[in-house]
Design a protein around this ligand. Structure first.
Ligand SMILES: Cc1cc2nc3c(=O)[nH]c(=O)nc-3n(C[C@H](O)[C@H](O)[C@H](O)COP(=O)(O)OP(=O)(O)OC[C@H]3O[C@@H](n4cnc5c(N)ncnc54)[C@H](O)[C@@H]3O)c2cc1C
Length: 247
């Protein structure tokens, strides 16, 4: 189906590191659901180049936001990186995707496991009331290579202030040592029960797990969770593991 492109305007370009950035933009897109993705595009050498990005913004906010990492040989992200406030960016009129709360079955606790830019979609979801209304406890694990990639800390602190003991944030940095951070890949943190100890929660068949980001992390985590009896969540057969791969 042909995409209906909306011209939007950049209102903020926040650089977290040399290659990691968030773009805020405004435009007349249709209402979307937290957890969905849009496609953003630019005309490069006369051709529309577009890629999918999860919204970090949530539906009640009056701006749109994505977070991206610049892939050096990538077709789109080097051009995104050159954008300034006031520049135009095309966005899909109608967002898409099923990484949304209505696709996640009920349970006691909700675990959100992200690598890199995959944390953005969880920020969007956590800004809405649905996960908090449906789950007793929520754990957000964010795995990155370097500590300066631990994005959205202020927003995460707001969740902690608002929801207290019901919310546990676990940052883990794999390629450097950092105070107050683990130094483990996500599958290892789960396998060795490190995350469960910090959150003081077990992962059982009453747990729902949402996973987003790097496909290797997702594959390894799913294999591990399946060994403990959790199953992929499918529309035809509800389970415990809902995932979104970025490549
Ligand atoms: C549903 C969905 C949602 C997505 N949401 C996001 C998002 O919120 N933020 C985001 O940065 N990307 C996201 N992506 C990935 C994004 O669409 C692009 O693939 C990425 O930005 C690279 O685009 P490019 O044209 O520069 O590179 P391309 O020329 O398309 O090269 C693709 C290669 O870039 C690498 N790559 C892609 N994404 C990443 C990444 N996030 N981190 C590290 N390496 C990567 C992989 O090696 C991949 O094979 C999402 C993808 C999907 C399918």
């Amino acid at each position: 189906m042909a995409i209906n492109w909306i011209e939007t305007e950049i209102i903020e370009h926040k650089r977290w590191t040399e290659v990691l950035a968030s773009l805020k933009f405004k435009g007349n897109v249709l209402p979307y659901t937290a957890g969905q993705f849009t496609k953003v595009g630019l005309e490069i050498d006369g051709e529309m180049i577009s890629r999918p990005y999860s919204y970090v913004s949530s539906p009640n906010e009056d701006f749109l936001e994505i977070v991206y990492v610049m892939v050096p040989d990538g077709k789109l992200t080097p051009a995104l990186s050159g954008l300034n406030v006031g520049d135009k960016l095309f966005a899909m009129e109608k967002a898409s995707g099923f990484f949304v709360m209505s696709e996640v079955p009920d349970g006691d606790d909700l675990w959100m496991l992200a690598t890199g830019t995959g944390v953005g979609v969880f920020i969007s979801l956590l800004k809405t009331s649905e996960p908090w209304n449906r789950f007793k406890n929520i754990v957000l694990v964010h795995g990155v290579r370097a500590a300066d990639e631990l994005t959205y800390k202020n927003q995460i602190d707001e969740f902690s202030n608002q929801y207290g003991d019901r919310f546990t944030y676990i940052p883990t940095v794999t390629r450097e040592k950092k105070d107050n951070c683990l130094n483990l890949r996500i599958p290892a943190g789960l396998k060795d029960n490190k995350f469960q100890e910090i959150a003081n929660l077990e992962i059982t068949n009453k747990t729902q797990v949402m996973i987003c980001g790097n496909p290797d992390m997702i594959n390894d985590t799913v294999s591990l969770l399946e060994k403990s009896g959790l199953e992929r969540n499918r529309r035809s057969k509800p389970g415990n593991i809902t995932l979104e791969k970025y490549w």
